[in-house]
Design a protein around this ligand. Structure first.
Ligand code: HEM
Length: 463
């Protein structure tokens, strides 16, 4: 049915002219990576050793624990939080260089703008990416049939801002929830009588600011602890404080600290109340239409008021779930080295090819006592790879739930620093801004955003 708002966006959907005004619609693209700790030497670990440590049966393989598990490695936080972190990662960093190396770190390109701007859903906006939007109402996102999937081309490829959001059912479901949230904001703005030409931009800004606020006030305090967030907000970054418009993603963040989330992924998940636990891979792999009838109830991922507690994330302990130690080919592509199927091996190898320092060196530089050999449970020839160090630090200094002082500082300084360097972020434009949307619980949080526009009284999907 044709919409009552054929020209919902301020810009006509079919107008492809190259007017300079289009720049407002266009993420910057093609950014460079940089470093937080420039003075520290690269660690230099033998790649064979890294592949053994990260590969099948190596020290990062949690398979043995997975077999023993029955909730024994549950973290305190709900299982959905790492998936939100994964979307944040997709929003700000995309290094598409081959895992085998060969590209010098200083010429690596980041295919995402280093801004928390929801490029994953908006991409180039209604003008640059018209296939994302409803042709009858280009202020709103087009959804798949039934509204529980994204639109796909006739070969099943997702038409979305970042293809990685289709990697598995959980990332996809969060992505779809954000599309619904945008569309609901459009409805609210129209109901408030906002002029049609402003509706898209205002909905986009509202969603982006709520998302940014959640990163600072909901996600980060859970991940690094509220005191560190407050410190970085009050004093700015000691190691990362780019000037407005000069932001970049540090390699210490992209190739080590923010890959913490790989350690929070479980091997199996329940999708609906009383349903069976199914392995993430291969069962829930994406990159094509999800099997009909495979529904995810968000209450299995996030604690929602009036619903039983959600599943928990996996505790951080330096080990990765079996699904990630043996990534399916849909995720890795065809590879000629078996270890490239292991995400742990890839994390370790990336840190090596981008010349990251050891975790101990970063700890000493920022003035904290490094982990002991006993805590690390593994000796490395010259020091501990930063990614592994961050996970072990979370185990011993963060109770398996939070990042420790090294990982926490990198993550907090980068996420807050990116917002500070973005002239359009709420933190720059209106630092005391708070969410305007209603909260189901005592305060607004991610679950409120993800259920925006969803009828909370609708019965949950059944097993
Ligand atoms: C099932 C869940 C996940 C899968 C299958 C997955 C898979 C991957 C893969 C294949 C890569 C590229 C590896 C390489 O060649 O270097 C990657 C990179 C990365 N992942 Fe994940 N990931 C998952 C969850 C997460 C989570 C929960 C987070 C953070 C909270 C995260 C953060 C990152 C970051 C920061 C990168 C580097 C991205 C870049 O700079 O291009 N991932 N992930």
């Amino acid at each position: 049915m044709a919409s009552a708002h054929p020209h919902g966006s301020g810009v006509a959907a079919r107008d492809h002219c190259l007017s300079p005004a289009r720049a407002v619609d266009r993420p910057t693209g093609g950014a460079r990576y940089g470093r937080m700790f420039r003075g520290l030497d690269p660690l230099g670990t033998d790649p064979e050793l890294l592949m053994r440590a990260g590969g099948d049966g190596g020290i990062c393989d949690a398979a043995v624990l997975d077999r023993l598990t029955s909730g024994g490695d549950d973290a305190t936080e709900a299982a959905g939080w790492p998936f939100f972190g994964q979307l944040v990662a997709h929003d700000i960093t995309a290094d598409r260089s081959p895992i085998g190396g060969g590209v010098a770190p200083d010429v690596l390109r980041n295919s995402r703008a280093p801004r928390l701007n929801l490029e994953i859903i908006y991409s180039d906006g209604p003008i640059g990416s018209p296939y994302l939007f409803d042709v009858h109402d280009p202020a709103t996102f087009l959804l798949g049939p039934n509204g529980d999937d994204v639109p796909r081309n006739h070969q099943g490829v997702a038409l979305i801002g970042d293809p990685r959001d289709d990697v598995h059912l959980f990332a996809l479901s969060l992505h779809v929830a954000l599309l619904h949230a945008h569309n609901h904001l459009v409805d609210l703005l129209r109901a408030d009588g906002v002029p049609e030409a402003e509706v898209f931009d205002r909905a986009r800004t509202a969603l982006t600011w709520h998302y940014q606020w959640i990163v600072v006030r909901d996600f980060l305090p859970r991940l690094v602890g509220a005191p560190l967030v407050e410190e970085v907000l009050a004093e700015g970054g000691r190691w990362f404080a780019p000037l407005p418009g000069e932001a970049y993603i540090p390699l210490e963040f992209a190739d080590a600290a923010f890959r913490y989330g790989h350690g929070q992924i479980r091997h199996t998940y329940r999708l609906v109340d009383g349903g069976p636990e199914v392995p993430l891979f291969p069962d829930l792999v994406g990159f094509g239409p999800h099997s009909a009838g495979r529904r995810l109830d968000l209450a299995q991922l996030f604690d929602l008021p009036g619903r039983p507690p959600a599943q928990r994330a996996k505790r951080l302990d330096g080990r990765l779930a079996a699904s990630l130690i043996g990534l399916p080919e849909q995720v890795t592509g065809a590879v000629d080295v078996a270890a490239y199927h292991s995400l742990a091996a890839r994390d370790l190898l990336r840190g090596e090819t981008t010349g990251l320092p050891s975790g101990e060196a970063v700890a000493r530089l920022i003035g904290v006592t490094p982990l002991t050999v006993d805590e690390l449970e593994q000796t490395w020839p010259h020091g501990t790879p930063l990614w592994f160090y961050v996970l072990k630090e979370a185990e011993h200094r963060g109770g398996g739930d939070r990042l420790g002082p090294v990982g926490g500082r990198i993550v907090a300084e980068v996420l807050v620093g990116l917002l500070r360097a973005d002239p359009t972020s709420y933190l720059v434009r209106q630092p005391d801004w708070t969410p305007q949307l209603p909260a189901a619980g005592s305060r607004f949080g991610l679950a409120d955003l993800l259920t925006l526009g969803v009828d909370r009284d609708r019965p949950a999907p059944a097993a």
